[in-house]
Design a protein around this ligand. Structure first.
Ligand code: NKO
Length: 192
């Protein structure tokens, strides 16, 4: 029961979309500008870097808090960690407060990884950063880092459900980047 409530909390917290709320307060509808996404990248495009950083931080906390709680209560060996992590990302991507729309899950997934391992979070961030510097596409950096992150869990000897959590989150992130992938293939994706 407690575990179920924690997973529910993760989904509900994930469903709160800081990007959308902050943009609305500034009188902007993110769906109509830039990439149309509610994530940190589009907020940064439309409202500037400071707001982008704020949205990244808040979206990241939505993954970090429930996953960290699950690990503190039940230990990383518990499958509750996997369910809490996936639920937070699902909340962000398919928000109950926004007719099951939402963001692409990258910052929230980063928070989940950070709760499991500071070292692997830093490594994922490094992958993201290197691809961004090299190719100048945020989406490509996010897709690559999300595919590499579960492999890092695998080779670092984490329990198999943590690896599975990473795979599920990576598949969800790639799925949500479908419009970006189409634009990348057509050479129409926006560079930074
Ligand atoms: O507007 O469609 P867009 O061009 O905005 O946005 C594409 C973008 C959407 O994601 C975001 C969040 C940006 C976060 C920036 C810092 C990310 C550091 C991530 C480290 C690795 C995450 C790995 C996840 C693993 C499962 O992509």
């Amino acid at each position: 029961m407690e575990k179920f409530l924690l997973v529910l909390f993760a989904y509900l917290l994930g469903s709160v979309l800081p990007g959308e709320i902050i943009a609305k307060l500034k009188g902007v509808n993110l769906r109509e500008v830039g990439s149309g996404n509610v994530g940190a990248t589009n907020v940064s495009r439309v409202l500037g870097k400071k707001f982008g950083a704020l949205v990244f931080f808040l979206d990241m906390l939505k993954g970090f808090i429930p996953t960290y709680l699950a690990i503190s209560f039940y230990g990383v060996e518990s499958k509750a960690v996997m369910f809490a992590g996936i639920a937070s990302v699902l909340g962000h991507m398919f928000s109950i407060f926004d007719r099951f729309r939402g963001g692409k899950g990258v910052a929230t997934a980063f928070g989940v990884i950070l709760a499991v391992s500071f070292k692997l979070a830093l490594l994922s961030l490094l992958v993201w950063f290197v691809i961004l510097q090299w190719k100048r596409y945020v989406s490509l950096a996010s897709i690559t880092a999300s595919v590499v992150a579960p492999l890092l869990f695998l080779i670092s000897g984490y329990p198999s459900h943590i690896f599975l959590m990473g795979i599920v989150i990576a598949v969800l992130i790639v799925y949500k980047h479908k419009p970006n992938i189409d634009r990348l293939l057509r050479g129409q994706e926006l560079k930074v």
